[in-house]
Write a protein that binds this ligand. Structure first.
Ligand code: PLP
Length: 475
């Protein structure tokens, strides 16, 4: 283990330098060398053939590796909804990588399982749902919620919809998928919803789009019409999905109205809060999720707005029986059949081997406290709003939608597909890293304020870069 201490020291030193040069913008936010050149440049063959990736050799390799990373710690990073991890979460990922406790069964990681149980209860309480009992299995049927951490929001959506499918078709694990199920979801849903429908064996035709307004937000007064379409086709609604918030523009669907509608018609109500559920931490913003208590399931990614190193996504259900029974033909509200001091979470997950995901979020929470994370959520959303007002005040820029989160879409003059080309140029020269999205048939540039260092300095510099590029553009 002499090498471990030495190599870990090298890595910490290089990561510290990396962090510093990124936050001070001494390197481009991203660089995209060609794949084959990069494989050669990293010298991968050599190490596989000869080994010896330690000490000075390791230092050289990691140096080259970091030079070809996309720098989330750079203030010009605005592209995707991926956390700029707090170092405490990254250290947690290292501890987990080292100890490797696949804790979906308690005996393979009691500390990790206990932390996950605790974290799930913390998240349940933020959603206003009853926590799991201190002694697993002692809760009354239906008296409390449950949850599990999983490797990403896409898998979390799939898990929640599996639970919904089992509720409406309890025989599904024996008899297969009934052909009359329907999934109602806004057009603006993340693609993982449609993908889950495919994996679940529903097929694309089973997805009924919910009508939305110009900002992509569900029109609650059009839900009845959507349900009528479902029943006219002879189908049964398996679940109805709402966004909190949407991926493209970051707006929240009206959960209270949708929740009332789902209750009235006994439809499973799933809330995709992968990005936006973190607003539950903020006293100022939690009203955006008013009505969440009416949902049957909620997903919430910590590796988006909770500064957590990848990955850590929660699937939460209001009634624990829904998750306990999700993967079985017969639901059971007992957490575990065997005698043991803890709890096995394996019955709730797609995965068998599962990382100690709770530790990643817990160590960030432990470092910043929940107030620190709430302040982060508020600060990032406030910055998006500030940028919105800035763009709206410029004659040559506009925003299609006022942001409710840290996601902001904007346009330069009348540009449409030109936004795609300009983004490609900025990526190529590494000045800014942002994304694009389509809304009502038009392309927009899209900023996601993930980095706590990004602010109006970057936004104004971006606006000027765009103006200069527009002058020089030959399209
Ligand atoms: C609303 C929403 N749901 C689900 C996902 C998928 O999450 P993940 O990337 O963790 O699989 C995303 C990702 O951006 C999202 O924005």
């Amino acid at each position: 283990m002499v090498d471990f201490k030495q190599d870990a020291g090298i890595l910490i030193r290089l990561l510290e330098q990396y962090h510093e040069e990124s936050r001070q913008k001494r390197q481009p936010v991203l660089q995209l060398p060609r794949l084959a050149e990069l494989i050669a440049q990293l010298g991968l063959d050599r190490y596989v053939a000869n080994g010896g990736l330690t000490g000075a050799t390791l230092e050289g390799f990691i140096h080259r590796y970091l030079a070809a990373t996309t720098r989330l710690h750079h203030p010009a990073y605005f592209a995707h909804q991926v956390a700029v991890p707090h170092y405490a979460g990254s250290l947690a990922a290292m501890v987990d990588g080292f100890t490797n406790n696949p804790m979906a069964i308690y005996e393979m990681g009691p500390a990790a399982a206990a932390i996950e149980y605790f974290i799930i209860n913390w998240m349940l309480s933020k959603a206003g749902w009853a926590a799991m009992p201190p002694v697993p299995g002692e809760g009354m049927p239906g008296s409390h919620g449950a949850g599990v951490l999983t490797h990403g929001g896409s898998l979390a959506n799939l898990t929640a919809l599996i639970a919904a499918r089992t509720r409406i078709a309890p025989n599904v694990w024996e008899a297969g998928v009934p052909g009359d199920l329907a999934l109602l979801a806004p057009v603006q849903s993340h693609y993982s919803i449609a993908r889950a429908a495919g994996i679940l064996g529903l097929g694309k035709r089973a997805i009924y789009p919910l009508e939305v307004d110009a900002a992509g937000v569900v029109k609650a007064d059009r839900l009845t019409a959507a349900l009528r379409r479902v029943s006219d086709d002879g189908r049964r609604p398996m679940a109805l999905v709402a966004n909190a918030c949407s991926t493209a523009v970051g707006r929240y669907d009206p959960l209270r109205e949708i929740g009332d509608f789902c209750r009235e018609h006994a439809i499973w109500f799933h809330v995709d809060g992968a990005h936006g559920a973190s607003a539950l931490l903020s006293p100022q913003r939690r009203a955006l999720l008013a009505g969440i208590e009416r949902a049957d399931s909620l997903i919430w990614d910590a590796h988006k707005m909770l500064r957590t190193a990848p990955l850590c996504a929660a699937v939460l259900v209001r009634d624990h029986r829904d998750l306990e029974g999700a993967f079985h033909q017969e639901a059971s509200y007992l957490f575990h059949a065997k005698r043991q001091p803890g709890v096995d979470l394996i019955h709730r997950t797609v995965e068998c081997t599962k990382a100690a995901l709770g530790l990643r979020l817990f160590m960030v929470l432990g470092a910043l406290g929940e107030r620190g994370l709430a302040e982060y959520v508020d600060r990032q959303s406030d910055r998006a709003l500030e940028a919105y007002h800035y763009f709206q005040a410029q004659a040559d820029f506009s925003c299609p939608v006022e942001p409710q989160s840290n996601i902001l879409c904007f346009a330069y003059r009348e540009w449409n597909e030109e936004h795609l080309r300009i983004r490609d140029r900025m990526i190529a020269d590494g000045t800014f890293y942002l994304s694009t999205t389509q809304l009502n048939g038009r392309w927009y540039l899209r900023l996601v304020f993930m980095n706590p260092l990004s602010g109006m300095t970057e936004v104004e510099a971006l606006a000027n870069t765009l103006r200069v590029a527009a002058e020089a553009a030959d399209w």
